[in-house]
Design a protein around this ligand. Structure first.
Ligand code: PLP
Length: 371
């Protein structure tokens, strides 16, 4: 089985932050056997000293996001599930932002927790209306419902919008509610400081944003929640119930660790990424392809809209798939097959030179099919 994307310019938002470093690639082969990391296990994943998982989980990751306690999960969604499962009573409400990822909903659903969602500003920016958190808390209170957690997606995976964490935390403090920040698209790309942001929890995704093969991610929390989230089993006192003892038991964790020094370094250059994304957005708009979401944009993930490409698709024999094929022919990978009117992309992994090729490709395609 082979995957034919080698050498192509990758602009797939799901993939650009999860491309492995060379170190991680080598480590992956070395540690690919099942349970390879368990040679010197002392009873729990986070206590393994060889390979140095203990130091990674107790020092390096907490320092990276300025957290008290970190636990490894299989991804951001598993992190959201573990947190909700541990702290949200069945039947209580979680309030989520309007742009929340579907897995936020499924995590709540699996816990038997209800969801209320804020609004956003609608087309074209879709900005989260942070004050809705307070409105919803009041509304639910009137109905006699209990709110157990506020979730904010930072940024969301549709528009790459970065809502105001400060505003949401302020509301949370007024009502004495915990805040979970979903950082699937931010931790590993941009600097994130949990204490500075004032949130109680965050979840991160290794395969989304930390140059790891995954499935892997982590949750970070304030110390006061450790007893609840990392509660020990009454049957096996070394094992933590919420993590079923141990979560990632092999190579994905090794790739996360192997890429970590690179990831720590790359977040320092986030301003260059933002500059590159803004430049790309301007160039696309010159072609009549409109950027949706916040403007100016502050993240590499962007959604674009093009009536022109959509019109072409209606006459093309390949219909909506023409754009995918035309881009692939030009060495560009990552626009979802079938989409033309609205599509997402990420400028994270591509250099400015490569992105010039992408822009020229769009220009070329629009020219070629001009009516
Ligand atoms: C990708 C994504 C997720 C899911 O991440 P996993 O680590 O695969 O669970 C959750 N939330 C957002 C906003 C995402 O973009």
């Amino acid at each position: 089985m082979r995957r034919k994307v080698k050498g192509l310019i990758n602009i797939n938002p799901l993939q650009t932050g999860g491309i492995l470093t060379e170190e991680a690639r080598k480590a992956l082969l070395e540690w690919c056997d099942g349970y390879s990391i368990c040679d010197f296990c002392k009873g729990r994943l986070e206590e393994i000293e060889n390979p140095p998982i203990k130091r990674f989980v107790e020092e390096e990751l907490p320092n990276f996001v300025n957290a008290d306690i970190v636990r490894i999960t299989h991804g951001a969604r598993e992190g959201m599930f573990a947190i909700m499962h541990a702290i949200c009573e069945k039947g209580s409400y979680v309030i989520v932002d309007a742009n929340a990822h579907y897995s936020t909903y499924l995590a709540a659903e699996r816990c038997g927790v209800e969801i209320a969602k804020t609004g956003n500003s609608g087309y074209p920016e879709y900005k989260i209306i942070e004050s809705d958190y307070a409105n919803l808390i009041e509304e639910l209170k009137k109905k006699g419902k209990k709110v157990s957690l506020l979730v904010l997606t930072y940024p969301d995976g549709n528009y790459g919008n970065l809502p105001s964490v400060e505003k949401v935390v302020k509301i949370a403090r007024e009502y004495d509610l915990p805040v979970l920040l979903n950082c699937a698209y931010s931790v590993g790309r941009m600097p994130i400081d949990m204490k500075k942001l004032g949130v109680d929890f965050l979840v991160a995704s290794g395969h989304k944003s930390m140059a790891a093969c995954g499935p892997i991610g982590f949750i970070a929390m304030r110390r006061e929640f450790a007893n609840v989230i990392a509660k020990k089993s009454k049957y096996f006192p070394r094992k933590e119930v919420e993590f079923l003892g141990c979560t990632v038991r092999g190579a994905p964790l090794i790739t996360l660790m192997a890429s970590f020094s690179h990831v720590k370094e790359r977040v320092k250059h986030w301003d260059e990424q933002v500059e590159k994304a803004r430049w790309f957005s301007r160039e696309m708009e010159k072609l009549g392809i409109k950027q949706l979401g916040e403007k100016p944009h502050s993240h590499d993930l962007m959604q674009f809209e093009s009536e022109e490409l959509f019109k072409i698709s209606q006459k093309h024999k390949r219909r909506g798939y023409f754009l995918y094929h035309e881009l692939k022919k030009r060495g560009i990978w990552g626009i979802k097959p079938g989409l033309t009117k609205r599509f997402k992309l990420s400028t994270y992994a591509a250099s400015k030179e490569e992105l010039k090729i992408v822009i020229d490709a769009f220009k070329d395609i629009l020219q070629a099919y001009k009516a």
